[in-house]
Design a protein around this ligand. Structure first.
Ligand SMILES: Cc1cc2nc3c(=O)[nH]c(=O)nc-3n(C[C@H](O)[C@H](O)[C@H](O)COP(=O)(O)OP(=O)(O)OC[C@H]3O[C@@H](n4cnc5c(N)ncnc54)[C@H](O)[C@@H]3O)c2cc1C
Length: 396
């Protein structure tokens, strides 16, 4: 049986582990954190990733845990609707609905497929080398350094990937996107919010909210800020920043428990990596192509990567399959990264004239704007997986 090591138990690494198991590989996942615990706030799973999860036999689990979104819309601070796309149109056009769920639920959905024996927490990868027909990773663990060799190493250690830096020493690494994202979770018994993925545009700031289920609303707020800035009284500041914005934005901020508030500076890979494959090492997810969250596609692309990797391994074997993965994934992810970066500049602009032009264009061309933004990502179709269904239904 072919053996793979996956470095990183994020959404990308866990999906890759599951996908490779589906096509008959033995997989061990190594994660630096001491345990896999509840992470983050909400996450949107767009139709492209829903189709990929369906291909892996995970669609039923996703639908049990996630909330189907009735559409997408963009508003101005006043509440005026700039553009909207009904959920039925999304499903009809792209072949699957848009879902949202708590990140911890997505992690749990993916992680519970792995047995405890194949998930090695407390292992920080420090080095990877590729040999003929194999690759070796060295980990720092509590018992000391450990080296493990396999037919394939999947590097899925995120945007700040240590392994990417060691594989591509001349590569500049991630850039700060110039804004930070605040995220919160609120009980829906407070303000009521329709199950529509909604984003409101201002100047140098924007606010989005998404219903996750019967009792939870997830919101996010992008705000231009200096890197590593750590303001005190965070909810007070946010309440001030979004004062006068349409309902339920101020109400959601006011109802947010301080301990659910998260803040992350946004990093992305400005320059595309020259390759996603080096010998028997393959990069996947944010380690390979971190995009800004403006099109909500980072995790969706990581899920796509995993399905493509499993499919190319199954159809073409390791070496030809890796070349095929590199050929297929680089143009797709470069395209999405360019699009997301351009959108970030437009959405976070502080220039009143640029913001006005943006809003006028959105008002004049509401449907093309959303279908172009969404369609580029959503229209993707996963490749076939002949073995799909064998490893997916059995217990780990
Ligand atoms: C504010 C915000 C909102 C977003 N919203 C969405 C959204 O709605 N939809 C969407 O599709 N995407 C979204 N994204 C993007 C998405 O979060 C990422 O693209 C996705 O999590 C990447 O997954 P990953 O597995 O590649 O990396 P990560 O999730 O970063 O996982 C990497 C894992 O590797 C581990 N690790 C790191 N270094 C090592 C090491 N040396 N050794 C061992 N383990 C290591 C880490 O601990 C971690 O568990 C958003 C991002 C942000 C910042």
């Amino acid at each position: 049986m072919r053996k793979a090591i996956v470095v990183g138990a994020g959404i990308g690494g866990l999906t890759a582990a599951h996908a490779l198991r589906c096509v008959g590989w033995q997989v061990d996942v190594y994660e630096q954190a001491p345990k896999i615990g509840p992470v983050g706030a909400g996450i949107g799973i767009a139709p492209n990733a829903v189709k990929a999860l369906d291909r892996l036999g995970l669609g039923v689990d996703l639908r049990e845990r996630a909330k189907r979104q009735d559409g997408m819309e963009i508003r101005l601070r006043s509440g005026r609707r700039l553009a909207s796309l009904p959920g039925s149109r999304i499903e009809e056009r792209y072949g699957a609905p848009f879902y949202a769920l708590h990140r911890a639920d997505l992690h749990e959905l993916l992680a519970h497929r792995l047995s405890a024996a194949t998930l090695h927490t407390g292992h920080r990868a420090t080095r990877v080398t590729t040999e003929t027909n194999a690759a070796t990773v060295t980990f720092q663990a509590s018992a000391g350094p450990v080296s493990v060799t396999a037919d394939l190493v999947v590097v899925a250690d995120g945007v700040h990937s240590e392994l990417r830096a060691s594989l591509f020493p001349g590569y500049p690494g991630p850039d700060y996107a110039g804004y930070t994202v605040w995220r919160g979770l609120v009980s829906t018994t407070s303000p009521t919010v329709p199950a529509v993925l909604s984003e409101t545009w201002g100047r140098g700031a924007r606010f989005g909210c998404v219903v996750l289920g019967e009792d939870r609303v997830y919101w996010f707020a992008g705000e231009n800020m200096r890197e590593h800035d750590k303001p005190a009284h965070r909810l007070d500041l946010l309440a001030e920043r979004f004062r006068g914005w349409h309902e339920p934005i101020p109400q959601l901020i006011a109802a947010t428990p301080e301990d659910t508030l998260l803040r992350h500076d946004v990093y992305y890979l400005r320059a595309p990596l020259p390759a996603f494959v080096l010998g028997r090492v393959v990069l996947l997810g944010d380690a390979a192509h971190a995009v800004t969250p403006d099109i909500g596609q980072g995790a969706c692309l990581a899920i796509e990567d995993a399905v493509v990797l499993a499919s190319t391994m199954e159809e073409q074997g390791i070496d030809r399959g890796l070349r095929a993965y590199d050929t297929v994934r680089r143009p797709r992810t470069e395209n999405m990264a360019r699009f997301s970066g351009r959108l970030a500049n437009t959405l976070q602009t502080t220039n009143p004239v640029a913001a006005r032009i943006r809003d006028v264009i959105a008002l004049a061309t509401p449907t093309p704007l959303l279908t172009r933004a969404a369609g580029t990502a959503f229209a993707w179709t996963p490749p076939p997986l002949a073995a799909s269904g064998s490893a997916v239904t059995g217990s780990p």
